[in-house]
Design a protein around this ligand. Sequence first.
Ligand code: AMP
Length: 433
Amino acid sequence: MAEFKTVRGMRDFLPAEAKLLRNVESKARSVAKLYGYKEIVTPIVESYDLLSAKAGEEVKSRMFLFKDLGGRDVALRPEFTASVARLVATTLRNEPRPFRLFSVGTIYRYDEPQRGRYREIWQTNYELMGSSRPEADAEILLLTNSFMQAVGLKKFAFKVGHIGVLKGVFAQEQLVENVQSAVMQLMDKKQYEDAFKLLESAGVSEKCMSTLRELVKLKGSDVKGIIDRIADLVKDYEKSVESAKNLSEILNLVVKSKCNIDLTVDAGFARGLEYYTGAIIEVYVPDLDVALAGGGRYDRLIELFGGDPTPAMGIAHGVDRIMLALQEQKRAQNLPQGLNEEKKVLVIPINQDLSGEALHISQMLVNAGVPTELEIMGRKMTKALEDANRRNMSYAVIIGERELKDGNVIVRDLVQRVQTKVKVEDVAEAVRN
Ligand code: AMP
């Protein structure tokens, strides 16, 4: 039979990686709790209609799409936002606002696998729905900053833009929606020349072209300076000016939070998902050229799904890439990558006749909260101790007939290489100290 492999783009997490994954997840959960985000769990399989409604061509073309046995067109979710918006448009419709909702899990995209790019993707996702105020945008950014700090990332930076600046120009040029989206997708991939060609063939004005060519050059960490220049450049496009003002309000709040965030404003920044209407954010680290997180404001999505008009802002953090960045960071500092073993005990019966007693004592230890393994390979004492040492265990509890008759076992400290006789009822205490 052929050797089985994981499906292309899917991966296994072995213990060290699984531990890191769960650690990042638990940090995300703590941040959610600190900021008041309640966890929800939504299905991985959703209707294709829901997922494709406003995702944009790029995401749509990469969905894992199939018919279920009932003939329904369904897909594996390529993101969380559509599911959360569905809930807010339906089940949660009459609940008081704002909603602060948190999710963690896998999403699926048929991306071309490479370093930092997979087809099964772990994300932690935060959605803040019900407020159009800049404080909400600032909260999502600050929450992401807290999360990146909590997982232990050292050098990370935010790229921030506003989809309304570009959209304002497009709208005044009366550019049709699907061309707008196609241009945004190209800009998202930094294919600016292709985007300009498309705009030219759509017949936009000379002035629009020159404004856009100048706009995409505007980026930098002088937040006020860059936003002022954006506002000046788009001064004849009313909606774009409003958007620049909105971005300025958001970033002023972020600066006033005194969190010392590394920010770059980028006027030509666009994101692939079609539903964005306002500020957009991504997070980067120097070692990786792909984003660790991405999000933005989407004020129309919930009403598009049949709900009440509900402005919203959200972000998804890419856990796989955060893990990669953390592993890089450790490597650069020469820190070990492996599992940090906690104190562990191996219970070894001197002979097979004592298996029952050994099981009894390992149960006592487990019930006392001590991580304990039983020697189950039928190994002789020296082999069993060798194996315990190889696996960096802390103690061996040796069960011998003679000691047991007096109600004792032998506790061997595998680090200090000393052993003592201990009363059975005191074993847990002995291995804890
Ligand atoms: P997006 O909304 O597309 O920007 O996705 C949010 C985050 O998910 C990105 O910033 C990445 O960290 C992560 N992500 C998206 N696609 C992939 C992928 N194919 N492989 C790994 N991570 C991904």
